[in-house]
Design a protein around this ligand. Structure first.
Ligand code: SAH
Ligand code: SF4
Length: 320
């Protein structure tokens, strides 16, 4: 709009049409002069993200999304107690390359723009979405600036006005970004995917995350808790025979001692290219019991939407 020589209140008007009224057509923005509507329509489109494929079961739905600028990502809606949680992607592919994850199987293609991150939500339908998790394809902290712009846009009071407290950013543990994020003074939740209790195994499971040691990651998490006054959620994917023993659980307790946190155990969800196994329910319970006995609040997330390949990255992998 400034390129078109328009005053700044025009931007506010367009913003409100798009983010408050959900209008996707310049012609319908009736408080703009007709000539302006026409020049906007000639320069800009609302088709950055288009649904290409959809899979549903009783409680969740997942989409393969085609990006106008090239590439595909996935996003999902997962049923929660109150409405849906939307799971959004932040990159096309992922450079971390976790061996149990379909999203990183072919490396990183590119970062999403803030518009593409937010655009996923519109492609899914925003009306029944009560919370947002950045747990789709990609490492959010490898695309920090676009992520922050998207967070601000989603929570803007003149638009969607989604509370930052209802958003969760999940990271593989990018230390400088963890420190920066704590200083942003957002109310957004932070989840850190640990997945191992020693650096050697972690480097094997999450090759692109090996740059930072567990000690550095935990120290950054402690700093985050101090700076933000918030707790951290630690995600831990349980892989049978690899990281799911009582000894692992005790090491996890030692790592997290004194940290204001919550642990989310995620039994491995089988993906096509990987040869890992899901631990038995009894093993998962025993692992959780060690953490709880040590006073660490622990939940188990039995994967939703197994039937629809809801572990992110699988639709994209299959479709190519
Ligand atoms: N890149 C970010 C966010 C996306 S991955 C991160 O790694 O945190 C979201 C979560 O899904 C992570 O906790 C990851 O460890 C987990 N995950 C990936 N593949 C999985 C699989 N096959 N089964 C279970 N959890 C998986
Ligand atoms: Fe990337 Fe997260 Fe998948 Fe690892 S688990 S490859 S960091 S998306």
């Amino acid at each position: 709009l400034s390129e078109l020589g328009q005053p700044s209140y025009r931007a506010r008007q367009v913003w409100e049409w798009v983010y408050r009224h959900g209008v996707r057509d310049f012609a319908a923005m009736t408080n703009l002069p007709k000539s302006l509507r026409e020049s906007l329509a000639a320069r800009a489109t609302f088709t950055a993200v288009r649904p290409a494929e959809e899979a549903r079961d009783d409680e969740s739905a997942k989409w393969l999304l085609e990006l106008e600028r090239g590439g595909r990502v996935e996003a999902a809606k997962l049923a929660s107690e109150e409405g849906y949680a939307a799971c959004l992607s932040t990159q096309v592919g992922c450079a971390v390359g976790c061996v149990f994850c379909a999203s990183g199987a072919r490396g990183l293609e590119r970062n999403l723009t803030a518009g593409e991150i937010v655009g996923q939500l519109f492609a899914l339908g925003v009306a029944d979405v009560k919370s947002i998790v950045f747990m789709g394809i990609g490492e959010p902290f490898h695309n920090y600036d676009a992520l922050l712009t998207a967070l601000r846009r989603l929570s803007d009071a003149r638009g969607l006005a989604l509370s930052p407290a209802r958003m969760t950013v999940s990271t593989s543990g990018v230390v400088p970004a963890l420190r920066r994020f704590g200083d942003e003074r957002l109310r957004t939740h932070l989840a850190v995917s640990l997945n191992a209790t020693d650096d050697q195994l972690r480097a094997r499971l999450m090759p692109g995350a090996a740059r930072y040691s567990l000690a550095e990651i935990i120290a950054a998490c402690r700093a985050y808790v101090r700076a933000s006054g918030r707790r951290v959620t630690f995600a831990y994917v349980l892989l049978a025979g690899l990281n799911d023993t009582d000894a692992d659980a005790h090491r996890l307790v030692r790592l997290l001692r004194g940290l204001t946190c919550h642990v989310n155990l995620i039994p491995y969800n089988p993906v096509a290219q990987a040869d890992f196994h899901t631990p038995s329910r009894a093993r998962v319970r025993a692992f959780g019991a060690v953490l709880r006995q040590a006073g660490i609040e622990t939940t188990v997330r039995f994967t939703k939407g197994r039937g629809i390949d809801a572990a992110c990255g699988q639709l994209r992998l299959r479709a190519s």
